[in-house]
Design a binder for this molecule. Sequence first.
Ligand code: COA
Length: 373
Amino acid sequence: MYQPVISGTGVFTPSQVITNDELVVAFNAYADRYNAEHADEIAAGTVMAKDHSSSEFIFKASGIEQRYVLDKSGVLDPAVMHPLLRQRDDDEPGVMAEMALDACTKALDMAGLTGADVDLVICAASNMERAYPAIAVEIQQLLGAGGFAFDMNVACSSATFGIQAASDMVRAGSARRAIVVNPEICSGHLEWRDRDCHFIFGDVCTATVIEREEDAKDGYFKVLSTRCATQFSNNIRNNNGFLRRSRPDGTADRRDMQFMQNGRKVFKEVVPMVSEHILAHLEAEGVTSDQLRRLWLHQANKSMNDFIGRKVLGREPEAGEQPNILQDYANTSSAGSIIAFAKHSDDLKSGDLGLICSFGAGYSVGSVLIKRV
Ligand code: COA
Protein backbone atom coordinates (compact mmCIF):
# COMPACT_ATOMS: atom_id res chain seq x y z
CA MET A 1 0.00 0.00 0.00
CA TYR A 2 1.17 3.53 -0.80
CA GLN A 3 0.25 6.80 0.87
CA PRO A 4 -1.59 9.08 -1.63
CA VAL A 5 -0.93 12.83 -1.52
CA ILE A 6 -2.22 15.89 -3.36
CA SER A 7 0.84 17.60 -4.81
CA GLY A 8 -0.62 20.09 -7.27
CA THR A 9 -3.76 21.99 -8.19
CA GLY A 10 -4.59 24.17 -11.18
CA VAL A 11 -7.48 26.44 -12.12
CA PHE A 12 -8.47 27.56 -15.61
CA THR A 13 -10.63 30.71 -15.39
CA PRO A 14 -12.39 31.91 -18.57
CA SER A 15 -11.55 35.48 -19.60
CA GLN A 16 -15.18 36.69 -19.87
CA VAL A 17 -17.09 37.93 -16.82
CA ILE A 18 -20.80 38.62 -16.37
CA THR A 19 -21.72 40.82 -13.41
CA ASN A 20 -25.13 40.51 -11.71
CA ASP A 21 -26.14 43.88 -13.18
CA GLU A 22 -25.27 42.82 -16.75
CA LEU A 23 -27.10 39.53 -16.26
CA VAL A 24 -30.23 41.21 -14.92
CA VAL A 25 -30.34 43.76 -17.77
CA ALA A 26 -30.27 40.90 -20.31
CA PHE A 27 -32.83 38.80 -18.41
CA ASN A 28 -35.24 41.71 -18.02
CA ALA A 29 -34.95 42.57 -21.72
CA TYR A 30 -35.72 38.92 -22.52
CA ALA A 31 -38.71 38.94 -20.11
CA ASP A 32 -40.11 42.15 -21.65
CA ARG A 33 -39.74 40.68 -25.10
CA TYR A 34 -41.43 37.42 -24.05
CA ASN A 35 -44.30 39.30 -22.38
CA ALA A 36 -44.83 41.46 -25.49
CA GLU A 37 -44.81 38.40 -27.76
CA HIS A 38 -47.34 36.61 -25.52
CA ALA A 39 -49.46 39.66 -24.60
CA ASP A 40 -52.73 38.08 -25.76
CA GLU A 41 -52.21 34.78 -23.92
CA ILE A 42 -51.09 36.65 -20.80
CA ALA A 43 -54.25 38.81 -20.96
CA ALA A 44 -56.37 35.65 -21.45
CA GLY A 45 -54.65 34.03 -18.46
CA THR A 46 -53.27 31.05 -20.42
CA VAL A 47 -49.61 32.11 -20.16
CA MET A 48 -47.83 33.50 -17.07
CA ALA A 49 -46.05 36.82 -17.54
CA LYS A 50 -42.34 36.74 -16.68
CA ASP A 51 -41.29 38.91 -13.72
CA HIS A 52 -38.08 40.94 -13.66
CA SER A 53 -34.99 39.65 -11.89
CA SER A 54 -32.93 41.80 -9.53
CA SER A 55 -29.24 42.07 -8.61
CA GLU A 56 -30.15 42.76 -4.98
CA PHE A 57 -32.10 39.49 -4.76
CA ILE A 58 -29.30 37.50 -6.38
CA PHE A 59 -26.65 38.77 -3.98
CA LYS A 60 -28.87 38.48 -0.89
CA ALA A 61 -30.14 34.96 -1.72
CA SER A 62 -26.83 33.47 -2.87
CA GLY A 63 -23.79 35.69 -2.16
CA ILE A 64 -22.93 35.62 -5.89
CA GLU A 65 -21.61 38.88 -7.42
CA GLN A 66 -20.41 37.72 -10.86
CA ARG A 67 -19.55 34.61 -12.87
CA TYR A 68 -16.94 33.68 -15.51
CA VAL A 69 -18.25 32.17 -18.75
CA LEU A 70 -16.82 30.84 -21.99
CA ASP A 71 -19.16 33.04 -24.05
CA LYS A 72 -21.07 36.02 -22.72
CA SER A 73 -22.32 37.31 -26.09
CA GLY A 74 -24.98 34.59 -26.45
CA VAL A 75 -25.93 34.55 -22.77
CA LEU A 76 -26.53 38.31 -22.71
CA ASP A 77 -28.38 38.48 -26.05
CA PRO A 78 -32.12 38.54 -25.18
CA ALA A 79 -32.82 36.76 -28.47
CA VAL A 80 -30.40 33.89 -27.67
CA MET A 81 -29.97 33.42 -23.88
CA HIS A 82 -27.37 30.64 -24.01
CA PRO A 83 -23.63 30.48 -24.79
CA LEU A 84 -22.58 30.23 -28.43
CA LEU A 85 -19.70 27.77 -28.63
CA ARG A 86 -18.24 26.81 -31.97
CA GLN A 87 -18.75 23.13 -32.86
CA ARG A 88 -15.26 21.62 -32.92
CA ASP A 89 -14.05 19.39 -35.74
CA ASP A 90 -13.25 15.83 -34.70
CA ASP A 91 -9.55 16.39 -35.40
CA GLU A 92 -9.15 19.40 -33.07
CA PRO A 93 -9.38 19.47 -29.25
CA GLY A 94 -12.88 19.66 -27.78
CA VAL A 95 -13.85 22.58 -25.54
CA MET A 96 -13.61 20.54 -22.35
CA ALA A 97 -10.25 19.07 -23.32
CA GLU A 98 -8.89 22.54 -24.06
CA MET A 99 -9.93 23.90 -20.65
CA ALA A 100 -8.61 20.74 -19.02
CA LEU A 101 -5.21 21.06 -20.69
CA ASP A 102 -4.76 24.54 -19.18
CA ALA A 103 -5.80 23.48 -15.63
CA CYS A 104 -3.78 20.21 -15.79
CA THR A 105 -0.64 21.99 -17.00
CA LYS A 106 -0.84 24.41 -14.04
CA ALA A 107 -1.41 21.54 -11.56
CA LEU A 108 1.49 19.52 -13.02
CA ASP A 109 3.81 22.59 -12.93
CA MET A 110 3.01 23.03 -9.25
CA ALA A 111 3.86 19.38 -8.60
CA GLY A 112 7.08 19.68 -10.66
CA LEU A 113 5.79 17.12 -13.18
CA THR A 114 4.91 16.85 -16.85
CA GLY A 115 2.07 15.00 -18.56
CA ALA A 116 4.40 12.09 -19.31
CA ASP A 117 4.64 11.39 -15.56
CA VAL A 118 0.88 10.72 -15.34
CA ASP A 119 -0.62 7.23 -15.76
CA LEU A 120 -4.25 7.90 -14.79
CA VAL A 121 -6.55 10.70 -15.98
CA ILE A 122 -10.04 10.99 -14.50
CA CYS A 123 -12.29 13.59 -16.08
CA ALA A 124 -14.92 14.13 -13.38
CA ALA A 125 -17.65 16.65 -14.19
CA SER A 126 -21.41 17.24 -14.22
CA ASN A 127 -21.76 17.06 -17.98
CA MET A 128 -19.69 15.59 -20.77
CA GLU A 129 -19.37 17.27 -24.14
CA ARG A 130 -19.99 13.99 -25.94
CA ALA A 131 -20.87 10.41 -25.09
CA TYR A 132 -17.62 8.81 -26.33
CA PRO A 133 -14.71 8.48 -26.73
CA ALA A 134 -14.22 9.58 -23.11
CA ILE A 135 -13.10 13.20 -22.73
CA ALA A 136 -10.46 11.88 -20.29
CA VAL A 137 -8.82 9.83 -23.06
CA GLU A 138 -8.54 12.94 -25.24
CA ILE A 139 -7.00 14.83 -22.30
CA GLN A 140 -4.61 11.92 -21.70
CA GLN A 141 -3.42 12.24 -25.30
CA LEU A 142 -3.08 16.04 -25.16
CA LEU A 143 -1.02 15.73 -21.96
CA GLY A 144 1.17 12.96 -23.39
CA ALA A 145 0.18 10.81 -20.40
CA GLY A 146 0.41 7.03 -20.29
CA GLY A 147 -1.74 4.44 -18.53
CA PHE A 148 -5.48 4.85 -18.78
CA ALA A 149 -8.25 7.43 -18.52
CA PHE A 150 -11.98 7.52 -17.92
CA ASP A 151 -14.89 9.93 -17.37
CA MET A 152 -17.12 9.99 -14.33
CA ASN A 153 -20.14 12.07 -13.38
CA VAL A 154 -21.47 12.60 -9.87
CA ALA A 155 -22.74 16.13 -10.60
CA CYS A 156 -21.43 18.68 -8.06
CA SER A 157 -19.61 15.95 -6.13
CA SER A 158 -17.63 14.72 -9.15
CA ALA A 159 -14.30 16.20 -7.98
CA THR A 160 -14.25 14.64 -4.51
CA PHE A 161 -15.55 11.30 -5.81
CA GLY A 162 -12.79 11.48 -8.45
CA ILE A 163 -10.19 12.24 -5.77
CA GLN A 164 -11.41 9.22 -3.79
CA ALA A 165 -11.17 6.97 -6.88
CA ALA A 166 -7.68 8.26 -7.76
CA SER A 167 -6.42 8.09 -4.15
CA ASP A 168 -7.64 4.51 -3.80
CA MET A 169 -5.90 3.51 -7.03
CA VAL A 170 -2.65 5.21 -6.03
CA ARG A 171 -2.90 3.56 -2.60
CA ALA A 172 -3.45 0.12 -4.15
CA GLY A 173 -0.74 0.59 -6.81
CA SER A 174 -3.00 0.28 -9.88
CA ALA A 175 -1.91 3.83 -10.79
CA ARG A 176 1.23 5.72 -9.80
CA ARG A 177 0.34 9.32 -10.66
CA ALA A 178 -3.19 10.53 -11.27
CA ILE A 179 -4.74 13.75 -12.39
CA VAL A 180 -8.40 14.43 -11.62
CA VAL A 181 -9.74 17.18 -13.86
CA ASN A 182 -13.09 18.98 -13.65
CA PRO A 183 -14.01 20.98 -16.76
CA GLU A 184 -17.38 22.50 -15.82
CA ILE A 185 -19.23 24.30 -18.64
CA CYS A 186 -22.20 25.09 -16.43
CA SER A 187 -23.35 27.85 -18.81
CA GLY A 188 -24.31 25.08 -21.25
CA HIS A 189 -26.82 23.38 -18.94
CA LEU A 190 -28.15 26.41 -17.07
CA GLU A 191 -31.56 27.73 -18.17
CA TRP A 192 -30.68 31.43 -18.48
CA ARG A 193 -34.38 32.21 -19.20
CA ASP A 194 -35.55 31.01 -15.76
CA ARG A 195 -35.53 33.84 -13.19
CA ASP A 196 -35.37 31.40 -10.25
CA CYS A 197 -31.99 30.00 -11.28
CA HIS A 198 -30.50 32.14 -14.11
CA PHE A 199 -27.84 33.60 -11.78
CA ILE A 200 -26.56 30.36 -10.29
CA PHE A 201 -23.76 29.00 -12.46
CA GLY A 202 -20.40 29.91 -14.03
CA ASP A 203 -17.71 28.10 -16.07
CA VAL A 204 -14.27 26.97 -14.89
CA CYS A 205 -11.91 23.98 -14.89
CA THR A 206 -9.88 22.63 -11.96
CA ALA A 207 -7.25 19.89 -11.80
CA THR A 208 -5.69 17.98 -8.89
CA VAL A 209 -2.54 15.82 -9.01
CA ILE A 210 -2.50 12.74 -6.75
CA GLU A 211 0.64 10.66 -6.36
CA ARG A 212 2.60 8.48 -3.92
CA GLU A 213 4.05 10.35 -0.94
CA GLU A 214 7.49 8.93 -1.72
CA ASP A 215 7.38 10.51 -5.22
CA ALA A 216 6.09 13.95 -4.22
CA LYS A 217 8.15 17.07 -3.70
CA ASP A 218 7.69 18.94 -0.40
CA GLY A 219 4.66 21.08 0.32
CA TYR A 220 2.01 18.45 -0.45
CA PHE A 221 -1.18 17.41 1.31
CA LYS A 222 -1.45 13.85 2.59
CA VAL A 223 -4.87 12.30 1.81
CA LEU A 224 -5.69 10.87 5.25
CA SER A 225 -9.08 9.53 4.22
CA THR A 226 -12.06 10.07 1.93
CA ARG A 227 -15.76 9.43 2.41
CA CYS A 228 -18.51 9.47 -0.24
CA ALA A 229 -22.28 9.08 0.14
CA THR A 230 -25.35 9.27 -2.11
CA GLN A 231 -29.10 9.34 -1.56
CA PHE A 232 -31.58 9.63 -4.44
CA SER A 233 -33.46 12.91 -4.86
CA ASN A 234 -35.27 14.62 -7.74
CA ASN A 235 -34.71 18.08 -6.31
CA ILE A 236 -31.77 18.75 -8.65
CA ARG A 237 -32.32 17.12 -12.01
CA ASN A 238 -31.56 17.41 -15.72
CA ASN A 239 -33.42 15.01 -18.05
CA ASN A 240 -31.24 15.62 -21.09
CA GLY A 241 -29.71 12.36 -22.24
CA PHE A 242 -29.12 10.16 -25.23
CA LEU A 243 -32.69 8.75 -25.21
CA ARG A 244 -34.11 12.23 -25.75
CA ARG A 245 -34.65 11.76 -29.48
CA SER A 246 -36.20 8.31 -28.95
CA ARG A 247 -39.21 9.62 -27.04
CA PRO A 248 -42.37 10.00 -29.12
CA ASP A 249 -43.33 13.17 -27.18
CA GLY A 250 -39.81 14.66 -27.18
CA THR A 251 -39.41 18.31 -28.04
CA ALA A 252 -35.89 19.68 -28.16
CA ASP A 253 -36.63 22.71 -25.98
CA ARG A 254 -38.49 21.14 -23.05
CA ARG A 255 -37.67 22.90 -19.75
CA ASP A 256 -36.50 19.67 -18.08
CA MET A 257 -33.70 19.29 -20.66
CA GLN A 258 -31.71 21.91 -18.73
CA PHE A 259 -30.79 22.25 -15.05
CA MET A 260 -33.85 22.13 -12.76
CA GLN A 261 -33.92 22.51 -9.01
CA ASN A 262 -36.16 23.02 -6.06
CA GLY A 263 -33.68 25.38 -4.39
CA ARG A 264 -35.47 25.79 -1.05
CA LYS A 265 -35.77 22.00 -0.56
CA VAL A 266 -32.16 21.46 -1.61
CA PHE A 267 -31.07 24.03 0.94
CA LYS A 268 -33.12 22.46 3.75
CA GLU A 269 -32.24 18.84 3.01
CA VAL A 270 -28.61 19.12 1.99
CA VAL A 271 -27.34 21.31 4.86
CA PRO A 272 -28.04 18.68 7.59
CA MET A 273 -26.94 15.82 5.31
CA VAL A 274 -23.56 17.49 4.70
CA SER A 275 -22.97 18.60 8.31
CA GLU A 276 -23.71 15.09 9.61
CA HIS A 277 -21.54 13.55 6.88
CA ILE A 278 -18.54 15.72 7.78
CA LEU A 279 -18.95 15.17 11.53
CA ALA A 280 -19.23 11.38 11.03
CA HIS A 281 -16.15 11.41 8.77
CA LEU A 282 -14.12 13.33 11.37
CA GLU A 283 -15.30 11.08 14.20
CA ALA A 284 -14.35 7.93 12.27
CA GLU A 285 -10.84 9.37 11.87
CA GLY A 286 -10.56 10.40 15.52
CA VAL A 287 -10.33 14.06 14.52
CA THR A 288 -12.23 16.75 16.44
CA SER A 289 -13.51 19.80 14.59
CA ASP A 290 -11.30 22.15 16.63
CA GLN A 291 -8.29 20.38 15.06
CA LEU A 292 -9.46 21.44 11.56
CA ARG A 293 -7.60 24.49 10.29
CA ARG A 294 -9.73 24.90 7.17
CA LEU A 295 -12.92 23.80 5.42
CA TRP A 296 -13.09 24.09 1.62
CA LEU A 297 -16.79 23.66 0.91
CA HIS A 298 -18.82 23.29 -2.27
CA GLN A 299 -19.64 26.74 -3.59
CA ALA A 300 -23.38 27.03 -4.23
CA ASN A 301 -24.73 29.42 -1.66
CA LYS A 302 -23.06 31.56 1.02
CA SER A 303 -25.75 31.06 3.71
CA MET A 304 -25.63 27.31 3.11
CA ASN A 305 -21.86 27.31 3.74
CA ASP A 306 -22.28 29.54 6.81
CA PHE A 307 -24.77 27.02 8.26
CA ILE A 308 -22.52 24.03 7.53
CA GLY A 309 -19.45 25.81 8.93
CA ARG A 310 -21.27 26.68 12.16
CA LYS A 311 -22.61 23.14 12.59
CA VAL A 312 -19.26 21.46 11.92
CA LEU A 313 -17.10 23.82 13.97
CA GLY A 314 -19.71 24.31 16.71
CA ARG A 315 -19.16 28.09 16.56
CA GLU A 316 -19.03 31.01 14.13
CA PRO A 317 -16.23 30.28 11.59
CA GLU A 318 -13.42 32.84 11.78
CA ALA A 319 -12.42 34.86 8.73
CA GLY A 320 -10.47 32.70 6.32
CA GLU A 321 -11.34 29.44 8.07
CA GLN A 322 -13.95 28.58 5.46
CA PRO A 323 -13.06 30.54 2.33
CA ASN A 324 -15.74 31.24 -0.28
CA ILE A 325 -15.03 31.94 -3.92
CA LEU A 326 -18.65 31.90 -5.11
CA GLN A 327 -18.89 35.71 -5.02
CA ASP A 328 -16.46 35.74 -8.00
CA TYR A 329 -17.15 32.40 -9.72
CA ALA A 330 -20.81 31.61 -8.79
CA ASN A 331 -21.59 27.90 -8.53
CA THR A 332 -19.10 26.00 -10.70
CA SER A 333 -20.48 22.57 -9.82
CA SER A 334 -17.79 20.06 -8.86
CA ALA A 335 -14.95 22.57 -9.32
CA GLY A 336 -16.07 24.99 -6.57
CA SER A 337 -14.46 23.36 -3.53
CA ILE A 338 -11.27 22.74 -5.53
CA ILE A 339 -11.02 26.42 -6.57
CA ALA A 340 -11.38 27.35 -2.87
CA PHE A 341 -8.71 24.78 -1.97
CA ALA A 342 -6.32 25.86 -4.76
CA LYS A 343 -6.59 29.54 -3.88
CA HIS A 344 -6.66 29.27 -0.08
CA SER A 345 -4.32 26.51 1.06
CA ASP A 346 -0.79 27.84 0.52
CA ASP A 347 -0.49 29.34 3.98
CA LEU A 348 -1.21 26.09 5.88
CA LYS A 349 1.71 24.82 7.99
CA SER A 350 3.08 21.30 8.23
CA GLY A 351 0.71 19.21 10.37
CA ASP A 352 -2.35 21.41 9.71
CA LEU A 353 -5.55 19.50 8.94
CA GLY A 354 -8.22 20.54 6.46
CA LEU A 355 -11.28 19.08 4.77
CA ILE A 356 -12.53 19.47 1.19
CA CYS A 357 -16.25 18.77 0.84
CA SER A 358 -18.55 18.89 -2.16
CA PHE A 359 -22.26 18.18 -2.38
CA GLY A 360 -25.13 18.41 -4.82
CA ALA A 361 -27.33 16.46 -7.19
CA GLY A 362 -27.91 12.81 -6.47
CA TYR A 363 -28.01 13.86 -3.65
CA SER A 364 -24.30 13.29 -3.25
CA VAL A 365 -21.66 14.33 -0.74
CA GLY A 366 -17.93 13.65 -0.77
CA SER A 367 -15.27 14.68 1.75
CA VAL A 368 -11.47 14.48 1.67
CA LEU A 369 -9.52 14.85 4.93
CA ILE A 370 -5.99 16.13 4.29
CA LYS A 371 -2.87 17.02 6.26
CA ARG A 372 -0.23 19.51 5.15
CA VAL A 373 3.31 18.10 5.01
N1 COA B 1 -34.97 38.11 -8.77
C1 COA B 1 -35.89 38.59 -7.91
N2 COA B 1 -36.69 37.80 -7.18
C2 COA B 1 -36.58 36.47 -7.35
C3 COA B 1 -35.65 35.92 -8.23
C4 COA B 1 -34.82 36.79 -8.96
N3 COA B 1 -33.90 36.34 -9.81
N4 COA B 1 -35.74 34.58 -8.18
C5 COA B 1 -36.71 34.28 -7.29
N5 COA B 1 -37.23 35.43 -6.78
C6 COA B 1 -38.32 35.57 -5.80
C7 COA B 1 -39.23 34.36 -5.83
O1 COA B 1 -40.23 34.50 -6.80
C8 COA B 1 -39.78 34.36 -4.42
O2 COA B 1 -40.82 35.29 -4.35
P1 COA B 1 -42.15 35.00 -3.45
O3 COA B 1 -41.62 34.87 -2.03
O4 COA B 1 -43.00 36.19 -3.70
O5 COA B 1 -42.68 33.70 -3.98
C9 COA B 1 -38.64 34.89 -3.58
O6 COA B 1 -37.77 35.58 -4.49
C10 COA B 1 -37.86 33.76 -2.90
O7 COA B 1 -37.52 32.77 -3.86
P2 COA B 1 -36.78 31.40 -3.48
O8 COA B 1 -36.52 30.63 -4.72
O9 COA B 1 -37.54 30.73 -2.40
O10 COA B 1 -35.41 32.01 -2.95
P3 COA B 1 -34.35 31.39 -1.96
O11 COA B 1 -34.17 32.30 -0.83
O12 COA B 1 -34.61 29.95 -1.66
O13 COA B 1 -33.01 31.47 -2.85
C11 COA B 1 -31.58 29.96 -4.12
C12 COA B 1 -32.91 30.75 -4.06
C13 COA B 1 -31.59 29.12 -5.37
C14 COA B 1 -30.43 30.97 -4.18
C15 COA B 1 -31.44 29.10 -2.84
O14 COA B 1 -32.62 28.38 -2.61
C16 COA B 1 -30.29 28.11 -2.92
O15 COA B 1 -29.15 28.48 -3.11
N6 COA B 1 -30.56 26.80 -2.70
C17 COA B 1 -29.58 25.76 -2.74
C18 COA B 1 -29.24 25.52 -4.17
C19 COA B 1 -28.17 24.48 -4.37
O16 COA B 1 -27.31 24.26 -3.57
N7 COA B 1 -28.28 23.84 -5.49
C20 COA B 1 -27.33 22.93 -5.93
C21 COA B 1 -27.10 23.27 -7.33
S1 COA B 1 -25.90 22.25 -8.02
